[in-house]
Design a protein around this ligand. Sequence first.
Ligand SMILES: NC(=O)c1ccc[n+]([C@@H]2O[C@H](COP(=O)([O-])OP(=O)(O)OC[C@H]3O[C@@H](n4cnc5c(N)ncnc54)[C@H](OP(=O)(O)O)[C@@H]3O)[C@@H](O)[C@H]2O)c1
Length: 220
Amino acid sequence: MAIAKQLLTKGYGVIGVSRRTPDDLLQNTKFSALEMDLSNLDNLPDQLQDLVKTAPVITAAVCCAGQGRFGCLEEFSFEQIRSLMDLNFTSQAYVTRALLPNMKKNGFGHLIYIGSEAALSGGRRGAIYSASKFALRGMAQSLREECAHNNIRVTILNPGIVKTEFFDDLSFRHGEEPENYIEPGDVAEAVLLALETRHGTVIDEINLSPLKKVIRHEQK
Ligand SMILES: NC(=O)c1ccc[n+]([C@@H]2O[C@H](COP(=O)([O-])OP(=O)(O)OC[C@H]3O[C@@H](n4cnc5c(N)ncnc54)[C@H](OP(=O)(O)O)[C@@H]3O)[C@@H](O)[C@H]2O)c1
């Protein structure tokens, strides 16, 4: 949402893909909403084909949808392992797969992924979340090489703890001081920086973290 708002402020047209339609963004004539459940991989190829047909010229894709689920591996059901990988990694690979042919045909494009500090190193209770973000980062690094000769740039942002709804269903969250978290707007600014950097230069990766990391564990 913060990234969409930032891009709209700068005059970009934005197609927002998510399950819920954000009413306040709909007031903006440069915004259109596409309701899609990215975790439903069976439906995704057809839905993405429709998107590509209606919007054949897409300047950039910001692949941001994701979910946090944490715990020791044996606390995950087999289905939970699959669904976290489906949303956090495989759906992003599907989106990229659908958009790339037109980006290559058009001769420009920018793929921007929201990874995580968990894409940089694994941590306790983060096996599957980290695996999904390592996979995303591996894909971004490979695409960086693969797409450069088509004038397509690839960037991945790896934030530490960001103050969002991400923590609503989790048993831990950031500290309350402003130095304990990243603001969603900070991530949005980093996206804009990557997007607006001179075309011949690529910002491959941006790592962001709160000045003072504080994690609060809560009883749910
Ligand atoms: N918050 C953090 O500390 C943090 C740190 C590092 C990385 N990240 C990453 O940042 C990204 C955004 O997370 P956030 O912190 O902004 O969390 P959030 O507030 O929970 O937002 C998640 C976003 O993903 C969309 N989404 C979730 N499931 C979806 C689905 N099945 N289909 C389509 N869209 C879906 C949500 O829209 P709908 O609910 O409307 O579908 C929402 O826009 C994630 O990839 C997360 O892993 C977060």
